[in-house]
Design a protein around this ligand. Structure first.
Ligand code: FES
Ligand code: FES
Length: 137
């Protein structure tokens, strides 16, 4: 069975019942915002992380304007990154997301969006922290 390219109920569960949908205030100094788009299809994903002083992600929110696979991938990614450090989460690979959701090969770029969104959110958080710490003029 395929449903929007999702091959099993596991992915369906993240598609039908996505976790952590929403947003945080962008100007919150502890929030990192990642915004990525897919050149392949024009879909957009915003992933936000809340990072504590020790570099742990305490919470995450996403908004995805895209296909079912992209929504499921962002939902799964938002669950995986909670409780991990920003150093750990940048090693999460789209292949692992795609495997967990059992995405079909044509849907691989959808999970790539989630990998890129994690990296982008971490990068944004680091930049904001550097500015807050006075490391950057
Ligand atoms: Fe929902 Fe793994 S697919 S937790
Ligand atoms: Fe482009 Fe899924 S079809 S993100």
């Amino acid at each position: 069975k395929t449903f929007l390219g999702l091959r099993n109920s596991t992915a369906g569960h993240h598609f039908e019942n996505p976790r952590n949908v929403g947003s945080f205030k962008r100007d919150d100094p502890y929030v990192g915002t990642g915004l990525v788009g897919s050149p392949a299809c024009g879909d957009l994903m915003t992933l936000q992380i809340k990072v504590d002083e020790s570099g742990h992600i305490t919470d995450a929110r996403f908004k995805t304007f895209g296909c079912g696979a992209a929504i499921a991938a962002s939902s799964l990614a938002s669950e995986w990154i909670k409780g991990k450090t920003i150093t750990e989460v940048v090693t999460i690979k789209n292949a692992a997301i795609a495997k967990h959701l059992r995405l079909s090969p044509v849907k691989l770029h959808c999970s790539m969006l989630a990998e890129d969104a994690i990296k982008s959110a971490v990068q944004n958080n680091k930049e904001k922290k550097a500015i807050a710490d006075g490391d950057v003029a």
